[in-house]
Design a protein around this ligand. Sequence first.
Ligand code: ZN
Length: 330
Amino acid sequence: MFEIFLTCFIAGIIQTSCLPNSHEHAHPSSHVGFGYNENDPLGPNHWPEKYAKCAGKYQSPIDIEENIVTRVALPPLMLNGFYAPLENPTITNNGHTVMVQVNSTDAVSISGGPLLNPSFKFAQFHFHWGANDSLGSEDMINNHSYPMELHMVFYNSDYSNTTDAQQYMDGLAVLAFFFEVTEKDNKFYKPIVQSLSRIVNPQSTVPLEESLKLVDLLPSNVDNYFTYMGSLTTPPCSEGVRWIDFKHPILLSHEQLAKFRTIHSDAGILSHNFRPIQPLSNRPIWYNSGSPTNLNLDSETQKSNSFKNQISRVFLVFSFVPFVLFYFNN
Ligand SMILES: [Zn+2]
């Protein structure tokens, strides 16, 4: 017994391998004006009547045909702060989608890859889905639709927020992830999926029951991605959005996907919320065959980890004392 605690004591000074990892996988708006039903006066075909940019030449989503993409060697795409638990995240049904936001997003940013500005700050993430598992993504790959798509939205740090940034041709960047159906529930999506029953009605917001880390939401491989210039896929359809679409999908069970289809818009059940494919208009689409993506353990996270390690060492020293006393008293 003494030897075990002595080993732990020494290990605690060097690292914290005898304590359970305290941060392992912590579990942590809008209004009517457009809709998604084809024959509805508010449907996608009618968006340009109210939002002129939706008739623009370089719109999203698009179909990405792998045989026409250009392979390019881009510098590493940096995903910064993705390991930090989101601070007090809330989940909102805005009548068009389910969106997760946080108060302070300073710690989370992306850079590198195809991005020219040194930093794009995290704003929110949201989902697009379909009426069944055979469709629902916005962009398509080789004319294939996936059952759902996750958009993580970032804005150029030269601007003050997404509303400001979307006026500029270098204002926004979106990380897009496709989903595929699998047998097992994805445990990292439980905080989101379990919250959906509490935001069935449009214009409702609740805190996420457990926090989450963006890194846990990603697919197993984020090195391979397509990238092109497009637009917001909802009105006002502003162009100048840098899209980064990851090739490898995130896995979710049928039951988890089906929960998204219980969300209501002002017009009833929001069974689907993906915009139809838009013309490519000869835009280049790149496929990164260069550096892998860098899931950067940024300096803030390192500092925080170092503080936790110090606390762990103090804890170990104090837990060690009773055993020393016990040992010498006997
Ligand atoms: Zn979106």
